[in-house]
Design a protein around this ligand. Structure first.
Ligand SMILES: Cc1cc2nc3c(=O)[nH]c(=O)nc-3n(C[C@H](O)[C@H](O)[C@H](O)COP(=O)(O)O)c2cc1C
Length: 462
């Protein structure tokens, strides 16, 4: 069916429950070990062997405390808490792999750009250009309260501020150290040529960063940029900055609507319709036969924890469903949290009415994406159908039972993808940008960040 090679990205988080509340209790789950470094180095090896281009590590800077007005349900269910720092685990995973990329989430609302630029440059060096940044503006009041604010910055303003944040980052990554600034020339006694390092002189509405970058840029200069905004303001931000976009929706038709919007938006900006790679969330339950895979999914269901699912949903949307009648229909309410998560089950639900109970059961396995169940052939047929009908470039694969479903993906699905010749495979020494975009290691020339480059060797490395 599909002609485009399928890009694989794994979607995970340093928590007991990422997308599948309750499933940490399944006998095959090893997620209780997520605080051990070896858990994550094993996951990295598994993904590299399975042909994944990258591992996307989600992160939120706060506890989900909307459900019932406290963090009790989230704590009890291990719902994205206790949460370890994803930036810290990357070098260990890079040390045991050669081609796997690492997409790490960091919030532009709560991190200082000057220090975050140094962190990403450090990771870009230590991973040989395999780090990507999932840019988020965050959506939790609890994060705002614990990070020195009275409440969240309003939704659209978060993105306005994020635009300026990105300008600062491009200046630090692209416009401070010229590409040949670091000479390490012992004879001339020059480590860095001071003529080739520049203060960025940024003075804006939200940020003031007059000086030079602390770290010299890594192989990619700016790390590969991921984004997942789905509201109209979030999509505009993604079009302005992202090189790869994550979506999540239950049907190819729902996702297709967002994809068309993204591709039209690129065209309006004079960029090719495929200038940005688009991934959508999918949870895969696979076994030798369709019947065995279905039996596996049936075996997962009793472990679902619907209260934890509603705690997760409350965190995403800012809507507390704790007192709601399970059979009452969901309604759209505008909050300062994530706009698209609630819209997917209300205004964008294609006429379907979702009750609170339906929602909890749906979200509990696979979050806001589809659960694809079957034999390797059935799963790959379905992945190919999504590629065509949603016009996407690949999948953000999430595991229901962790890490067993990722291991099973490698054991069952990858050989079938390879047999059909539809898996986008790694080439030795590639940066994650080369692997995912198919272009050079640096930002494309038509990306706004490239406009901040300095120095005579500042052209694109194709
Ligand atoms: C697959 C996927 C992963 C996401 N991961 C994170 C994350 O790790 N941290 C975070 O704060 N937001 C995350 N988000 C939320 C988005 O950044 C964004 O806030 C959300 O899609 C809502 O869009 P909007 O902000 O434009 O309303 C994710 C969204 C999607 C679809």
């Amino acid at each position: 069916m599909t002609q485009k090679p399928i890009l694989l990205n794994a979607f995970d988080m340093l928590v007991p429950v990422h997308q599948t509340p309750g499933l940490w209790r399944h006998p095959e789950s090893r997620v209780a070990d997520y605080t051990r470094l070896s858990y994550w180095t094993d996951v990295a090896r598994t993904l590299e062997d399975a042909g994944f281009a990258s591992l996307f590590l989600a992160d939120v800077p706060g506890v989900y405390d909307v459900y019932g007005g406290s963090g009790a349900a989230a704590n009890k269910g291990g719902v994205q808490v206790p949460l370890l720092d994803p930036l810290v685990v990357v070098p260990a995973m890079a040390a045991v792999t050669e081609s796997l990329g690492f997409g790490v989430t960091a919030s532009v609302t709560y991190e200082q750009p000057y220090l975050l630029a140094r962190t990403f440059s450090t990771l870009d060096h230590f991973t040989d250009g395999r780090v990507a940044w999932n840019i988020v503006t965050s959506y939790q009041d609890s994060a705002a309260r614990n990070l020195g604010m009275a409440g969240q910055i309003p939704h659209d303003e978060r993105y306005d501020r994020a635009d300026e944040y990105m300008e600062v980052m491009y200046k630090l990554f692209e416009g401070s150290f010229e590409p040949d600034a670091v000479r390490a020339d012992a004879e001339a006694n020059v480590f860095v040529d001071p003529e080739k390092v520049h203060d960025i002189g940024h003075e804006g509405q939200y940020f003031s960063v007059p000086g030079q970058a602390l770290a010299s840029p890594g192989p990619q200069r700016t790390p590969l940029l991921f984004q997942a905004g789905s509201s109209s303001r979030g999509q505009r931000f993604a079009l302005d900055h992202a090189e790869a976009i994550f979506l999540s929706g239950g049907t190819p038709q729902l996702v297709r609507g967002w994809v068309d919007g993204i591709r039209d938006g690129l065209e309006e900006r004079g960029r090719p319709r495929d200038a940005v790679k688009i991934f959508t969330l999918a949870t895969i339950v696979v076994a030798d036969t369709d019947e065995e895979a279905q039996a596996r999914l049936d075996d997962y269901r009793p472990y679902v924890d619907t209260e934890s699912a509603l705690a997760l949903f409350g965190g995403w949307t800012g809507v507390d469903l704790s007192g709601a009648d399970p059979d009452s229909p969901l309604e759209y309410v505008k909050t300062e949290a994530n706009h698209s998560a609630l819209a997917a089950f209300t205004t964008l639900a294609g006429g379907k009415t979702w009750t609170v109970r339906d929602l909890a059961e749906f979200v509990a396995i696979g979050g806001r994406g589809p659960v694809i169940v079957g034999s390797p052939a059935t799963v790959v047929d379905e992945l190919e159908r999504w590629m065509d009908e949603a016009d996407i470039d690949g999948f953000n694969v999430s595991a229901a039972v962790r890490p067993a479903d990722l291991e099973r993906f490698g054991r069952y699905v990858t050989p079938e993808l390879r047999r059909r010749g539809v898996l986008a495979e790694a080439q030795v020494g590639q940066t994650v940008r080369e692997r995912i975009t198919g272009h050079g290691p640096w930002l494309a020339d038509d990306h706004q960040g490239a406009g901040y480059r300095v120095g005579s060797e500042a052209g694109t490395r194709e």
